[in-house]
Design a protein. Structure first.
Length: 360
């Protein structure tokens, strides 16, 4: 895949759409993607270009997209790679993001350009998710695996900059990273979970940048707002579930993540819950869609995707849905512990609706 300004815009568009409510904004993604060209030439390669024993490292952001105190400098991406390389004793052969998202898709780009490390056409997950453990390719429930996570974030001018290195199990270190994000003002960038390419082939969402590019192109090809939205639904094998105004909107930040919901009335009342990403849609007491099914809002005026961090009371939206089989899911989506965490966080049942997906 050739990376240029046009490709960056298509990837940012596809990324925010596949973010399914989370994953950061398209504007942040464009900024990071284009900024990478100031440091060098980020490049993307396919997984078959590497040896099975080559080491791959995840670069991601952790925290609340709606946090007003979030602060990241481009230099942080380079610093976390330097520290992780020193800890590993070797330079990573390739970098991947934790998820697809408007900005999270571009997590590896600046580090790639500065260090000359290619970005792999893969991610821990081909959609966005609320927990770091969900973006760990199944390592969260892999006994004996010990990870390294290097996090950095916060504004030094406000005396909030934090740099942290943690070693241990994925769940323990992930909780430390999230706590660091909260203390840093809401967001940190992280280099984590070094694994060999062989593991990436088995457990990652291989080909998700290509998928993001296809979805982004489909949306941008639309000449009207509704055509843009319909193009996305078609590209994902989904549908426009409902259209209407946002009512009863609620959002609060709990433990560094955005929790909330709203109602869309389109003849029927659709209740939509989110935890950074959209988690569930219920209608008249029936569960229609459950994360990791695809659920996403598009504002009706211009047909642009709108994340949960930017939803407001009274705006008119279309809700696009698609089955989870339309997405490229990573190993973290097959772990029961993640869905139990969602249940505990937002108080709705999840596990009964994903029994066909989780590891028994």
């Amino acid at each position: 895949m050739t990376l240029d300004r046009k490709t960056i815009e298509e990837l940012a568009t596809g990324g925010v759409i596949l973010g399914a409510g989370g994953g950061g904004s398209k504007e942040m993604g464009l900024k990071a993607g284009l900024a990478s060209f100031e440091y060098g030439e980020p490049r993307m390669i396919q997984v078959d270009k590497l040896e099975d024993s080559d080491m791959v490292v995840t670069i991601s952001g952790v925290g609340s997209p709606a946090s007003k105190g979030a602060y990241i400098e481009n230099s942080y991406y380079n610093k976390i790679i330097e520290i992780l390389t020193e800890e590993l004793g070797q330079k990573p052969a390739a970098l991947i993001p934790s998820e697809m998202g408007g900005s999270s898709s571009f997590g590896p780009f600046i580090a790639s350009a500065i260090n000359g490390i290619p970005v792999l056409d893969a991610a821990c997950n081909g959609r966005a998710h609320p927990l770091g453990t969900m973006g760990s390719m199944g390592l969260n429930e892999t006994k004996g695996y010990k990870t390294i996570q290097v996090a950095m974030g916060g504004d030094p001018a406000a005396d909030h900059m934090i740099e942290m290195t943690a070693k241990g199990s994925v769940p323990d270190t992930a909780s430390l990273v999230l706590a660091t994000a909260i203390r840093a003002g809401g967001l940190v960038v992280v280099a984590r979970n070094p694994v060999p390419v062989k593991y990436v082939k088995e457990k990652a969402a291989v080909g998700c940048y290509t998928h993001s590019l296809e979805v982004g192109k489909a949306h941008m090809a639309g000449k009207t707002a509704m055509e843009k939205i319909k193009n996305v639904a078609d590209a994902l094998g989904g549908k426009i579930l409902c259209q209407g105004e946002i009512n009863s909107y609620m959002l609060e930040t709990r433990n560094g993540l955005d929790v909330g919901g709203f109602i869309v009335n389109d003849g029927k009342e659709y209740s939509i819950k989110f935890w950074n990403e959209y988690m569930a849609i219920d209608c008249e007491g029936e569960r229609l869609f459950t994360f990791p099914d695809y659920m996403m809002t598009f504002e009706l005026e211009k047909g642009e995707p709108i994340t949960t961090a930017n939803i407001t009371e009274g705006i008119s939206v279309a809700v696009v849905t698609a089955p989870r089989t339309s997405l490229i899911l990573g190993g973290g989506m097959f772990e029961a512990s993640g869905y139990k965490a969602v249940e505990d966080a937002i108080g709705i049942p999840m596990l009964p609706y994903v029994q066909d997906l989780v590891n028994k």
